[in-house]
Design a protein around this ligand. Structure first.
Ligand SMILES: [Zn+2]
Length: 463
């Protein structure tokens, strides 16, 4: 039988500051309960398998060894157990966390018991359980009641891996996630209760609303959680061991003619899923599309179509497609050279700041940092060149009206013509404390907006 997804016991731990890396042990020990183990009730201590969750009369609570999908233990269950350990290692690999099934002999570690049944420790109706510790707890104990989870070896692996990730992460203050802030189900993240999609779950680098079966406040304050960023905050970075994206370019063919709207096609997939596909033309990112939705078997391999947007200058174009997962692991296709209109002869037919060489219009890689003077956005490392007719600087977005919104006190956050707050030197903004507020803004995407803005400026100057 397959029980409902992991429930957390919410122990009222006071909200305190988030731990910094190194303030809690970084070892997670997966306890298989070889030949059976004994849980005790009391203050959490992984070293003695003592847990505040254990309830019932008596002092010793025996639990049976992890069983395979066919009910076997010992060597006959090794393959499924080892696959589970590998899966959990992959899920935690972006963080400085050690996953092991060898019991540590020194230091602090969390024990996650992956064995037995919920009723063994006086719990009912749970596939897993853990306390949410807003201040990450040393020597914590969490549970995944593996022997109550049915299904094939593959479906059980997927479920148990997500359950181990969820229960162990509760110990470090993570809440359940209901949906991402763009409305998609959080079913791709192990912190969810939702099961409207399948596939290996990972702590996602995305803002999500907290909640189990409905949207709720997060356990440790606020309404939004980014599980990936939260774990980075607790442990610091590790080295992802998940496979990078695979991407195969399928067209347009080398040497062909392209135009505005020509679809660049590439087939891609990734172990963590494709988060977005980017279209780079002569070294500059001109367009992007999001990864396709997850289904019952996870995110399928898919063919992505990324149109060449308006505003790309004519000339020889090297096309590169970059496939990225949600933690920015990137695979790029080899450049494919095509032709749009006639090759450029001089930079006059290119966009502001571009050079023309070998028939290609291109920008040098961005080199302008915050505060540097600029004349076009592609000069700035973050693509933000804002200012008045007299002075433009590489700057960054900020929230108007918030103190310390900018990295330097000689800057203030003021409204720009694109309706965004940007940091600008104090006193240099225009009347009404804004930048070019008389210009109309459009709803076009940032890249296009920047291109239109440049065209507008150029036309005006030529008059
Ligand atoms: Zn939970």
């Amino acid at each position: 039988m397959k029980l409902a997804l992991a429930f957390a016991a919410l122990v009222a731990a006071p909200m305190t500051s988030i731990a910094a890396p190194g303030q809690v042990g970084n070892i997670i020990y997966m306890e298989r309960c070889k030949n059976g183990c004994t849980l005790k009730k009391g203050v959490d201590d992984s070293r003695t398998l003592t847990s505040s969750i254990v309830s019932g009369s008596g002092t010793d609570f025996p639990m049976a060894e992890f069983m395979s999908s066919t009910g076997q233990t010992g060597a006959a269950a090794d393959a499924e157990w080892n696959a589970l350990v590998t899966c959990v290692k992959e899920v935690y690999s972006p963080y400085n966390v050690v996953i092991t099934d060898q019991k540590p002999t020194t230091g602090s570690y969390q024990a996650v018991v992956v064995a037995g049944l919920d009723e063994d420790i006086g719990v009912s109706g749970a596939a897993g359980i853990a306390n949410v510790h807003c201040q990450p707890l040393d020597n914590g104990v969490s549970f995944v009641f593996a022997n109550g989870v049915g299904g094939s070896a593959a479906s059980r692996l997927e479920f148990l891996c997500g359950a181990v990730a969820q229960e162990t992460a509760h110990n470090y203050g993570l809440s359940h996630e209901y949906k991402f802030t763009d409305g998609r189900s959080a079913c791709t993240d192990p912190m969810t209760y939702r099961s409207d999609c399948g596939g290996q779950q990972f702590f996602r680098n995305e803002q999500a609303y907290c909640g189990g079966f409905v949207q709720e406040n997060c356990n440790c304050g606020g309404t939004i959680q980014n599980s990936h960023v939260a774990l980075l905050g607790v442990f610091g970075p590790g080295t992802p061991i998940t496979a990078p994206p695979t991407v195969t370019y399928t067209g347009p063919a080398a040497g062909s003619e392209v135009a505005t709207g020509t679809a660049v096609i590439a087939i891609a997939k990734a172990q963590r899923g494709i988060f977005r596909m980017e279209l780079w033309l002569n070294g500059y990112k001109w367009n992007e599309v999001k990864g396709v939705a997850w289904g019952r078997m996870g995110q399928p391999e898919a063919s992505y179509s990324i149109p060449i947007p308006a505003g790309v200058p004519d000339g020889v174009i090297d096309i590169v497609v970059k496939a990225k997962d949600d933690i920015d692991v990137t695979t790029a296709t080899a450049p494919v050279t095509v032709m749009k209109g006639a090759p450029c002869a001089t930079a006059d037919s290119c966009l502001a700041g571009q050079k023309c060489e070998a028939g290609k219009c291109f920008w040098e890689p961005p080199s302008g940092n915050f505060g540097d003077a600029c004349t076009y956005p592609q000069f700035c490392t973050n693509g933000f060149c804002e200012g008045t007719a007299e002075v433009k600087i590489c700057t960054q977005e900020c929230v108007v009206g918030v103190a310390d919104a900018c990295p330097d006190e000689s800057y203030e956050c003021i409204q720009s013509s694109s309706q965004k707050g940007v940091c600008f030197p104090k006193g240099l903004g225009e009347e009404g404390n804004c930048l070019g507020c008389s210009s109309a803004s459009t709803g076009a995407p940032p890249v296009l907006l920047a291109a239109f803005g440049l065209a507008f400026v150029l036309r005006r100057r030529r008059r």
